[in-house]
Design a protein. Sequence first.
Length: 166
Amino acid sequence: MAILQELPGVKVTVRVEGKDCVEYEDPDAADIQTSCPTSTKYIESVDDAEFCIHFHVDSDYNWDYKKHFLDVAVYVDNQDLALKRELIIPRTPTQSPTIQDDFDSLSDAEKARLARERFQELQSIKKIKEEPVTKRGFSEVFDLTDDDLPSRPNKRTAQVVDLTDD
């Protein structure tokens, strides 16, 4: 039964086949900031069952102030993923794939399919980067024993500029 402390006198229940169903708290309700009093509950869905929402307002509700209304929003989700995530209902076990150990027991079509998949897998792998090609080759042969080769200066000589005006 959804009861808000900020809204006394209003009670909401969900009934399945005429009976009040079990309601589960929303674990994320504290994280949600709303501008008006809000309650979020989860119920277990029952296949092909008729359900109704029982909305009860008794004399404790304050009808005195003007321009107000009561709003009930119902969200029906035909997937039970949220309940499975909260482990309220058990998850469906995952099926492990069956792996055949013996390659010889496979049919020719299965062998061809496996070969085709492996070939496509190998084709999709990027090729290994090849070694770079030498961009510049030496076309001249230098004789290191010859002393007549023109020499280049190893360093440029530094020029000193005097900035003081004495």
